[in-house]
Design a binder for this molecule. Structure first.
Ligand SMILES: CC(C)NC(=O)[C@H](Cc1c[nH]c2ccccc12)NC(=O)[C@H](CCCC/N=C(/NCCC(=O)O)S[C@H]1O[C@H](COP(=O)(O)OP(=O)(O)OC[C@H]2O[C@@H](n3cnc4c(N)ncnc43)[C@H](O)[C@@H]2O)[C@@H](O)[C@H]1O)NC(=O)OCc1ccccc1
Ligand SMILES: [Zn+2]
Length: 265
């Protein structure tokens, strides 16, 4: 497939009526949020993907909360980068022009929203939302550490001597139930509302931007071939080709924070 050059891509961007953006951890890398591949995808000796699972929660909810408390503590110190800001500006331009812009993110760090992005589909949830296992209430929570028991915990150093956390150390709901991160773990179903919003955004979009994702996790990665089959021009921004690069009519190799400001204007 002949790749579009920069000018041809920007012509498509100018003409686009409906644009959909799919982002992954790479768009937050320059803000200091580790990607799932950094450190070999490990936190201590654990694969991040293993800890992000209902099985890990069954085994040791304290360890899972130590992992997520650590990621909240890191993300808490991070600011949106030029990549996030360029996407928020593009959304504002599209809205002013009465054109449709949707940002579908796999990220749970909240940096798109902090950059001013509004129409955001958080496919995999948020580090800043928690859910009660007893009454299912979902609330926003920015308390770091999540409970005093987690103060000073979370070091990713494999040599770190971890302490065991009891149920009483875990965050409790006003109903007395235990609270878990409101995040979609591997093997868990995505919310119907988010799936519907993502499908609505992909359906009929004339331009899809794929930014900073390895595109190996589903259903997120599946939206790219669907968009192309429905006639969208797909363009990728990444430091290396992702697993869906063959679906792309344009590829801009580089860091999102360096490429997006000039590419998106
Ligand atoms: C591993 C994979 C094969 N497994 C899956 O996809 C599974 C199973 C599955 C379902 N369908 C399938 C079909 C085929 C195969 C497998 C499956 N999917 C699921 O389990 C999903 C749930 C998936 C969601 C899991 N949760 C996450 N996140 C929240 C947790 C948390 O964050 O803690 S996924 C998580 O991993 C993924 C990581 O990928 P990326 O974000 O792309 O990050 P990565 O580090 O991999 O790559 C970074 C990229 O950035 C680039 N980069 C780096 N720096 C920069 C830079 N500066 N600028 C630009 N680019 C840069 C790099 O080059 C690289 O390309 C993201 O999706 C992220 O959200 N649920 C489900 O299917 O439920 C069904 C169901 C149905 C009925 C009943 C019950 C269940
Ligand atoms: Zn409750």
């Amino acid at each position: 497939m002949k790749k579009l050059n920069r000018k041809e891509f920007q012509d498509k961007l100018r003409q686009a009526r409906k644009i959909t953006v799919l982002t992954g951890a790479g768009v937050s890398a320059e803000s200091g949020v580790p990607t799932f591949r950094d450190a070999g995808g490990l936190w201590r000796r654990y694969k991040a993907t293993d800890l992000a699972s209902p099985e890990a929660w069954q085994r040791d909810p304290g360890l899972v909360w130590e992992f997520y408390n650590h990621r909240r503590a890191v993300a808490h110190t991070c600011k949106p980068n030029e990549g996030h800001l360029a996407l928020a500006r593009l959304e504002a331009r599209f809205r002013e022009a009465g054109r449709t812009f949707t940002l579908i993110t796999q990220n749970v760090d909240g940096l798109h929203e902090a950059a001013g992005s509004e129409r955001v589909v958080r496919l995999h949830g948020s580090l800043w939302q928690v859910r009660c296992l007893q009454c299912a209430e979902v609330t926003w929570n920015h308390t770091v550490p999540i409970t005093p028991a987690f103060e000073g915990s979370g070091s990713p150093d494999p040599e770190f001597v971890a302490r065991r956390f009891e149920t009483t150390d875990l965050p409790q709901c006003h109903c007395g139930g235990v609270i878990r991160p409101h995040i979609v773990w591997f093997g868990e179903r995505l919310s119907r509302a988010d799936l519907d919003a993502a499908e609505e955004a992909v359906d009929g979009c004339d331009l899809m931007l794929v930014i900073g994702t390895s595109a190996v996790v589903y259903p997120a990665a599946g939206y790219v071939p669907i968009a192309r089959r429905l006639g969208a021009v797909v363009a990728e921004v990444n430091v290396e080709p992702s697993a869906v690069n063959n679906e792309c009519s344009a590829f801009f190799k580089g860091k999102a924070g360096e490429v997006l400001p000039s590419l998106l204007g």
